[in-house]
Design a protein around this ligand. Structure first.
Ligand code: GLC
Length: 755
């Protein structure tokens, strides 16, 4: 017996030693990463920190990315880069736009000494939409308008499945920027101006991408919370411009979405922001990237730079004397991976050899990157299998349709909608029959993949005579002659549908006016669209405006003079069907604004959670205040709110209570509404916003149905970052506000005393 015990014991020791191999999939991703690091050279470790743009990348629309690629240098078109891959000096690529290239690059990486797979990332912001044929869901501002986080999670799941099938494993999403300036071009990519709504939508999106356990198993991918931090109200509205911000505003407004992403959703990566905060660029901000992100929030993934933003520490911020110093400072500050290109590798290797950067810092960065690759299962299947037909595509299009339906915001309706069986309809505008409906971060899709507004109307009204004037999808084609023609055609119709707004198409030859790096100093309709709208209205016939845009637009004239306004944002490839269904009454609109709509650009910043002193004075020559408030959106039904109550009128600082309100659908249609709960801390140790959204719930009610909606109010919802520079619930008077939008006229105030 004793001999057996000894043999078994030895076997166990041998086994445990044998088990200590990074190839052993039974070990944790972190264990495997630390074992693999031990076998790597300094160059191979720094290689993991290097990302490059795909060698075959060309902007779609400028000659398509090459097909039928195999892992040979001439096919990839960049021998130097191929050699780096073979030497194990590349860890990741972005903008790999074809699966052929994804396969070729992974095969090439297998030729390296350790065969470490590549991490292929892409901006799958609203579906894997940079890859032709993948589902293009509504943009994030549309999803925020649904106030439906669970639907966002479903889209994340489906997007991850489609990404995996195209050999991609890392999405640079969700965008968690808080958009508080409509001049900034990226509002459409965000979940709007509110911290809670952004936190919830972002958290659910990450759960969808990564899986609820944050293990990226099965058909999940690793997500990226971006951009850390506070780039959503840049000075002058221009992307990447400086941001001066108090720690209070940072913690109360900008940080919560990242806290939710890290603590609740265990996001695997974070991307730093272009801008500086308070004089220190985010890409060199040790307090932000280490003290706050890692030490305080407990982030344990890796941080990737934004595009060339390390180099910009020199070239844009004028903060360090050259790019070599920029590379070194970024590593010292907490950036783990460089997006993208040459010279970084050499600078970092040299800095380690000179003793400027300790090799332990490289082990930390490379270890985090390897752990993600192990968790994704890349080592078990380094070369992806690519199915010809995208699994799930038909179901995903239905999800995209439902999301488009729920994100449409009806801003005005004098009864013209839903359409009353018109005989002749005039559809006019540059966005009526174009792929602007897809929004930013999407490549041109084949036309049979996209349902435009005109397509949707033709399908929804097959027996109606539809006249059109769509200007070839180009805003710049709207000219005086076209305006005159529109006036004439509008007079002959029973109802006019004017589809106007912006163009966020990233790869469009049609003149972008919105999207990344498309900031405007004007919030009116671009080009001659306003004149077009006025000409149609001048016909005297009922006019419906369909607004297709990635930013809030100050369409005050339309608000006064059009009969109805449907804000469609950028509802994706199924958007035209959803819009037609709403216009014809097949679907009851239910979207709510996730941003406040400014009256004009001169009144920016216009947000709902302003301070009491914001409007102590009014503008001298124009009405002051929003065109439409945050949380606002009409239905074809009327919803009545009653019996708003609190379970207690007085609590201690650490107590909770319940708020409830009864909602009745007075018809005439079944429909959804979004019940919103705001709080106001009446007199804090620091000034407090007039209201802050603290809970919301989307409900569905049949015509005539009532329901009681209940919310828990917790101390966390009542706390603030007070004068003591820490989170606390401060005793005093609060007001709880319940209703259907942030407008006071839509809210019932309930007093609450905190002792
Ligand atoms: C861009 C964007 C970032 C994106 C990256 C890669 O500059 O700021 O959001 O993920 O480049 O495309």
């Amino acid at each position: 017996m004793k001999r057996i015990a000894i043999v078994l014991g030895l076997a166990a020791v041998v086994m445990s030693c044998a088990r200590k191999d990074w190839r052993d999939a039974s070990l944790t991703a972190e264990e495997r990463a630390s074992l693999l690091l031990k076998e790597m050279t300094l160059e191979e470790k720094v290689g993991q920190m290097c990302q490059y743009v795909a060698p075959c990348y060309v902007e779609p629309g400028k000659g398509s990315a090459r097909k039928n690629i195999d892992a040979t240098d001439e096919n990839l078109g960049n021998k130097d880069l191929s050699d780096k891959v073979r030497r194990g000096e590349v860890g990741a690529f972005l903008h790999v736009m074809t699966s052929d290239e994804a396969v070729a690059l992974q095969k090439m990486a297998q030729e390296s000494r350790l065969g470490i797979p590549l991490l292929l990332g892409i901006d799958a912001i609203h579906g894997n939409a940079l890859i032709e044929g993948c589902t293009v869901y509504p943009t994030n501002i549309n999803m925020a308008s649904t106030f439906n986080p669970e639907l966002m999670e479903k889209i994340g799941e489906e997007t991850a499945l489609e990404m995996r099938q195209r050999g991609l494993f890392w999405t640079f999403a969700p965008n968690l920027d808080i958009a508080r300036d409509a001049r900034w071009g990226r509002m459409g990519e965000t979940f709007g101006e509110d911290a809670l709504l952004t936190s919830e939508m972002g958290k659910y999106a990450i759960w969808g991408f990564q899986g609820r356990d944050g293990k990226y198993s099965g058909n999940h991918v690793v997500a990226c919370a971006k951009h850390l931090i506070a780039g959503g109200e840049p000075a002058g509205g221009l992307n990447a411009a400086p941001m001066d911000i108090s720690e209070r505003k940072l913690r109360e407004l900008y940080l919560p979405p990242f806290v939710a992403a890290i603590r609740d959703a265990k996001v695997g990566t974070v991307m730093a922001a272009h801008n500086e905060i308070n004089g220190i660029p985010c890409h060199g901000n040790k307090w932000l990237l280490n003290d706050l992100l890692r030490d305080e929030l407990g982030f344990d993934g890796f941080v990737v730079s934004d595009w060339m933003d390390i180099e910009r520490l020199h070239s844009m911020h004028h903060w360090v004397p050259d790019s070599t110093e920029a590379f070194v400072v970024s590593v010292e500050s907490g950036i783990d991976m460089h997006m993208q290109g040459d010279k970084y590798f050499e600078a970092v290797v040299a800095a380690v050899k000179s003793g400027r950067i300790p090799e332990s810092r490289i082990d930390q960065a490379a270890g985090k990157i390897l752990a993600v690759k192990f968790a994704l299962g890349l080592f078990e299947q380094p070369v992806p299998e690519i199915p010809e037909v995208l699994d799930g595509a038909a179901e995903h299009r239905q999800t995209a349709l439902e999301a488009a339906r729920q994100g449409l915001v009806l801003l005005k309706n004098d009864g013209t909608l839903p359409l009353k069986n018109p005989r002749r309809v005039f559809v006019v505008g540059p966005n009526a029959n174009s792929q602007t409906i897809l929004g930013d971060w999407a490549v041109p899709q084949s036309d049979d993949n996209v349902i435009t507004v005109l397509d949707g109307l033709k399908a929804a009204m097959p027996n109606v005579s539809i006249d059109t004037l769509c200007f070839g999808g180009k805003i710049s084609n709207v000219n005086a002659k076209g305006v005159q023609m529109a006036r004439f055609k509008a007079s002959a119709a029973d109802v006019n549908i004017v589809v106007v707004g912006e163009n966020s198409q990233r790869y469009s030859a049609f003149g972008r006016t919105c999207g990344e790096n498309c900031d405007r100093d004007d919030l009116s309709l671009p080009g001659m669209q306003q004149q077009l709208l006025e000409a149609v209205v001048a016909s005297g016939k009922p006019t419906v405006v369909v607004l297709m845009t990635g930013r809030a637009l100050s369409i005050g004239w339309a608000k006064e003079n059009a009969n109805a306004i449907l804000n469609a944002w950028e509802p994706g490839q199924m958007g035209g069907q959803a819009i037609a269904e709403v216009l014809t009454g097949q679907v009851n609109p239910s979207g709510k604004l996730p941003v406040t709509v400014p009256r004009n650009v001169g009144q920016v910043q216009t947000v709902y959670n302003y301070k009491h002193s914001q409007y102590s004075r009014l503008f001298a020559t124009n009405e002051t205040g929003a065109l439409w408030p945050f949380g606002y959106g009409l239905s074809y039904s009327t919803f009545e709110y009653s019996d708003a109550t609190l379970s207690k009128s007085e609590i201690g600082v650490s107590e909770s209570l319940k708020a409830s309100v009864t909602v009745t659908n007075n018809g005439p249609y079944d429909g959804d509404d979004v019940v919103q709960l705001y709080i106001r801390d009446e007199y804090g140790s620091v000034t407090r916003p007039v209201k802050e959204l603290k809970a919301f719930r989307r409900i569905s009610l049949k015509n005539g149905e009532s329901t009681k909606v209940e919310f828990d109010i917790t101390p966390e919802m009542l706390q603030c970052w007070g004068v003591s520079e820490k989170w606390s619930v401060e005793p005093g008077d609060f007001t709880i506000l319940l209703g259907s939008s942030s407008a006071d006229s839509d809210l019932t105030p309930l007093p609450l005393k905190v002792k």
